[in-house]
Design a protein around this ligand. Structure first.
Ligand code: DAH
Length: 340
């Protein structure tokens, strides 16, 4: 039993010398820890003569309590000293500027989309939204492409596992939806939205991309209206000096069909890398709505006529900023996105 007072004395002396938390932790494991001196003393009880055990046990417990309490007190003292030191030496500079909160922004594709819709809104076109999952009937047949018609090859299609249900390859099926909803009223709408094509992803083609379709139906609409609308659009997007060029083309749902170019925004038509030395940039397909399509929409082609157009806003963005890789749009690279 004689070792206990000595243990108590040296422990308390060492404790008083502990001036920081690290020293306190070391002291604690030396005396009160799992392999500490107190645990060892408790283990020793079993090896003592039975008569000595109770007294020795009581003694150990008393020493343990003393050390516990002394440790707590010393810990309090150390913390207090540390606090006083910190208050005296560390100052809080309340004049430091705050950390800026990162602000979000609209994706460049959304910016262009909104600009396009705003321009058409100024010309009286309302926005009409239609579904991205379409049926074969609306995406192809009602647009004058019967099953097995070779013109369908122009649109590589994602088919779903449900026969006849597919992801729309263009916004043109929206023409059918809007005509059937509004017939026999006149129509002036733009149809924005995502389209899908089963294509190799390259710098020029993506499997998902946006289109903006336009449709005007009325009793006296002519090619001149189409030309005026497109010219005015091109000048608002690409600059007041732009001229447009119309080439004849083919789409099953328009007759006649055209493709529209603007004179190159970089070289003004003299030929450069952006326009591949042609002086012209292609911006959309368009035409006068085919009589079959008008009829499928519920309009009598002998009384009504209309024009339609379809364009890719991402292509327009690429032309505006001379971008060379369409994959940047959905690549989620902040270095690209933060430029706009
Ligand atoms: N739907 C066509 C495409 O995806 C684009 C198009 C061409 C739309 C002519 C039209 C149009 O409305 O008249 O390639």
């Amino acid at each position: 039993m004689s070792d206990l007072p000595a243990l108590e004395k040296s422990a308390l002396e060492e404790l008083r010398a502990c001036s920081d938390e690290q020293a306190l932790r070391a002291w604690n494991s030396k005396y009160l820890g799992d392999n500490g001196a107190i645990k060892l003393a408790l283990k020793k009880i079993g090896s003592l003569p039975a008569a000595e055990r109770p007294a020795y046990g009581q003694q150990v417990n008393r020493v343990k309590q003393t050390l516990d309490q002394a440790h707590q007190e010393q810990e309090g003292k150390v913390k207090q000293t540390e606090l006083e030191r910190a208050l005296a030496t560390e100052t809080l500079d309340v004049t430091l500027p705050g950390r800026p909160v990162a602000r979000g922004r609209l994706h460049v594709a959304t910016q262009t989309m909104r600009q396009i819709l705003a321009i058409f809104a100024d010309m009286g076109f309302q926005v009409y939204r239609s579904r991205e999952v379409e049926d074969d009937l609306t995406n192809f047949e009602l647009l004058n492409m019967p099953p097995h018609h070779p013109a369908r090859d122009m649109w590589d299609t994602f088919h779903t596992t449900t026969p006849g249900v597919l992801l729309r390859t263009h916004t043109s099926p929206g023409q059918i939806h809007v005509m059937r909803e509004l017939c026999p009223e006149p129509i002036r709408v733009v149809l924005p939205g995502m389209c899908y094509r089963y294509e190799q992803i390259t710098t020029r083609s993506e499997i998902m991309f946006q289109q903006v379709e336009g449709l005007a139906v009325g009793t006296s609409i002519t090619m001149a209206d189409l030309k005026g609308t497109i010219t005015s659009f091109a000048r608002r997007v690409f600059g007041a000096e732009r001229t447009i060029r119309i080439r004849s083309s083919y789409f099953p749902f328009t007759e006649p069909s055209i493709e529209v170019d603007v004179d190159c925004i970089l070289c003004q038509g003299s030929g450069c890398g952006l326009c591949k030395q042609t002086g012209w940039l292609e911006i959309m397909g368009a035409g006068m709505v085919h009589p079959v399509v008008l009829k499928n929409g519920g309009y009598d082609p002998d009384k009504f006529s209309g024009f339609a157009f379809g364009m890719g806003p991402q292509r327009i963005t690429m032309l505006k900023y001379a971008m060379t890789d369409i994959r940047l749009f959905w690549g989620n690279d902040l270095r690209f996105l933060q430029q706009f």
